[in-house]
Ligand binder design. Structure first.
Ligand code: B4P
Length: 193
């Protein structure tokens, strides 16, 4: 089993590139953003709670997200591997994921961190907001999301760097160029399916 984390600030292209990677390498895609939006859309108790945070550009509490991930992994026990998109976003989530995978006799193999300058992130998120109807893509909320990223999520990169698992990847090219750079790293572990 091969497990990959796609890491990066809001709007760096994690969701976009996850689709390309999933299709090319036949990995199971787990996006906490998509899972949360699904809960919000169905107005489940979890979704109603999560929406309060998401609408403000804040991270959803760790225990909510960790519980979701655990049951999602269990749904596909024979997967070739997983791509974690938008998770972990805090050090507590990273530690919980390590424990969860250890229990399943596997581990994170590599963390690919998409590096995109801040003005480009804002442009992309405003562009997405104009078409997606997402509540987290106006200027005020974007600024909050980026602040939240620096204070809570950026330390996760250091956590994996200390284990020698972090690879930084230039993410400000177009979608195809960025995919090629990511694939170069993945090819060291896994051939396209
Ligand atoms: P997410 O759904 O994870 O999404 P994101 O960070 O906003 O964006 P992503 O990096 O995936 O960018 P995308 O490909 O869409 O998070 C949403 C919210 O959910 C969070 O704020 C939080 O509240 C909550 N949440 C999620 N996970 C959580 C967790 N683990 N813990 C707590 N809370 C959690 O790309 C953005 C735009 O750029 C798109 O329009 C795309 O078309 C465009 N784009 C992508 N690549 C491009 C490129 N190379 N060139 C030009 N445009 C590009």
């Amino acid at each position: 089993m091969f497990n990959l984390i796609l890491f990066g600030p809001p709007g760096s292209g994690k969701g976009t590139q996850s689709i390309n990677i999933t299709n090319t390498y036949n990995l199971q895609h787990i996006s906490t953003g998509d899972l949360l939006r699904d809960e919000v859309g169905r107005q489940t108790p979890l979704g109603v709670e999560a929406k309060k945070y998401m609408d403000q550009g804040l991270l959803v509490p760790d225990e909510v997200v960790i519980g979701m991930i655990s049951s999602k992994i269990d749904e596909t026990p024979n997967a070739r591997g997983f791509i974690f998109d938008g998770f972990p976003r805090t050090k507590a989530q990273a530690e919980a994921l390590d424990k969860l995978l250890e229990f399943k006799h596997t581990q994170i193999h590599v963390v690919l961190s998409l590096e995109v300058p801040e003005p480009e992130l804002v442009t992309r998120l405003l562009g997405r907001g104009a078409t997606s109807g997402r509540s987290d893509d106006n200027e005020e909320v974007i600024a909050k999301r980026i602040k939240e990223y620096h204070s809570k999520t950026e330390p996760v990169a250091g956590y994996y760097h200390n284990f020698g698992k972090l690879e930084r990847v230039k993410g400000d090219g177009n979608i195809e160029e960025t995919f090629k750079l990511l694939a170069k790293h993945i090819d060291k572990y896994l051939q396209p399916a």
